[in-house]
Design a protein around this ligand. Structure first.
Ligand SMILES: C[S@@+](CC[C@H](N)C(=O)[O-])C[C@H]1O[C@@H](n2cnc3c(N)ncnc32)[C@H](O)[C@@H]1O
Length: 451
């Protein structure tokens, strides 16, 4: 990491750590000014943003490995767009340097490529593999771009690196240019858009729509300050909301009247608004799956969503797995089993007895909620039976549980006879690891007698 830090003004302490001069012109995303890379001293980053960076890093590394599981694949063409990339360097609360998303994405691409190559060598495979990766880094702030260029200049020149392009544009303009550039390319590339905006207005619905229309296999990792959007909705702020919704293009789907009246009606309306965004606005992007989990910064009680939008359940599952790994930093305020959008009105405003933080207790509660919900869902929605793969797809948007967690519960329900589970050939599985996507699921015949 020190290599990236030559441009800064660090001082060495006895433990060999580089402590940075403290400078707090800003304290995070909800301050009007946001991060500031104007001075030589990098802005301070909070621990939740660091957790978010870990998710991003692991996601890109795992994405490459998962797509390259097929040993016959010789090349993966991957484009990563960091649309709101910032200045590339922060300091932690204890003054240690911490890389920003552009350098984290660069390292993740390097690591993903190295993992695949190493694994192939270990497996004795002679077929070559290479990653053809392009990293587009964009920010509209001149100081951020200056700082970023200084960080990139310190990267070693003699190592493999993605082809990197840096632009200083408004994101809408950058997105339009990228869509045009890649639309006509010979083979449609895999594209991941990392859209770490400050609030909720800089990434518009029409832009997300045109990303998924042009590249159906694209994925978007979007920061969306949902609490900031919902907290101030009231009849008095209707005019402001009209402008906000027009700016984001959300007005195609939801009107300012509907949003502000909902909030005025009752206490739980904030959650109804979130439901509305998830049920009505995000599907309009063209992405079939969305993960709506919260990051709650410590210094601000206003949470934001790290929304992952994709058309692929495997990708949706991978993002959920990372949330469970990063427990304590992510929160979920909906139902634990199936019915993700059944928001609990007792939320941030009160002191909740229990918070779903993706930790061990949340895992137990999710498992027992699924034990309750799945037999009912199978009975109500699949009376003629279904299979594991179809059920997983059906509930991907409805549960915080990963596929492994759902499969474990299905297996247990099959064993206790709460649902009927069998292979395509009518046999019982002996172990959950053997469960296949085509395994059949049927409701138990006397379902109602026992509920
Ligand atoms: C949350 S910060 C980015 C942090 C960075 N992704 C990271 O994790 O290291 C948001 C960035 O968006 C930039 N920004 C704000 N509005 C923008 C716009 N309309 N187009 C492009 N960049 C914008 C800001 O200058 C700021 O650097």
């Amino acid at each position: 990491m020190a290599a990236y830090w030559k441009a800064g003004r660090g001082i060495r302490c006895r433990r060999g750590l580089i402590l940075l001069p403290r400078h707090r012109p800003d304290r995070g995303r909800f301050m009007a000014r946001g991060y500031n890379w104007k001075f030589d001293i990098p802005p301070e980053i909070d621990e939740h943003s660091i957790a978010k960076h870990r998710v991003l890093r692991r996601y890109v590394e795992n994405y490459i490995q998962i797509l390259c599981l097929n040993p016959r694949r010789e090349c993966l063409r991957l484009v990563v767009v960091d649309g709101f990339c910032g200045g590339g360097l922060y300091q932690t609360s204890s003054g240690e340097p911490h890389l920003g998303s552009p350098l984290i994405l660069r390292q993740a691409l390097q690591a993903g490529r190295a993992f695949v190559q190493t694994r192939r060598v270990e497996m004795g495979m002679h077929r070559p593999f290479d990653l053809e990766a392009t990293l587009h880094l964009n920010d509209n702030d001149a100081d951020a771009i200056k700082s970023l260029r200084a960080q990139l200049a310190t990267c070693p020149k003699n190592e493999w690196a993605p082809t990197t392009h840096v632009t200083q544009l408004d994101f809408n303009m950058a997105a339009a240019q990228l869509i045009t550039a890649y639309k006509h390319s010979r083979r449609s590339p895999r594209i991941i858009f990392v859209l770490d905006q400050y609030g909720f207005t800089q990434t518009t619905l029409p832009v997300m729509k045109s990303i998924f229309t042009t590249f159906p296999k694209a994925e978007i990792v979007l920061t969306f300050a949902v609490d900031a959007l919902t907290n101030f909705a009231s009849p008095e702020t209707r005019e402001l909301y009209r402008r906000i919704l027009a700016k984001t293009g959300f007005d195609e789907v939801v009107s300012a009247e509907r949003l502000t009246e909902l909030k005025a009606e009752d206490h739980g309306a904030k959650h109804v608004i979130q439901t509305l965004l998830l049920r009505e606005v995000f599907p309009q992007t063209g992405a079939a799956y969305a993960t709506p989990f919260f990051v709650i910064p410590r210094q601000s009680r206003r949470g934001y969503w790290l929304v992952h939008l994709a058309n692929n359940t495997r990708a949706n599952d991978e993002m959920k797995r990372l949330h469970w790994q990063e427990h304590n930093h992510f929160m979920h305020f909906g139902a634990e089993g199936v019915g993700i959008l059944a928001f609990d009105p007792v939320r941030l405003d009160e002191t909740p007895q229990y918070t779903f933080d993706f930790g061990d207790i949340a895992q137990q509660r999710t498992s027992s909620a699924l034990h309750h919900d799945l037999p009912k869902l199978v009975h109500d929605q699949f009376s003629a039976g279904t299979n594991v793969g179809t059920l997983l797809e059906r509930i991907a948007n409805e549960t915080p549980a990963t596929r492994d967690m759902v499969q474990q519960v299905l297996f247990e329900l099959g064993r206790t006879g709460e649902i009927e589970m069998r292979t395509q050939h009518g046999r019982q599985r002996k172990h959950v690891d053997r469960l296949q996507l085509l395994d059949e699921i049927h409701p138990r015949r006397q379902f109602f007698l026992f509920r």
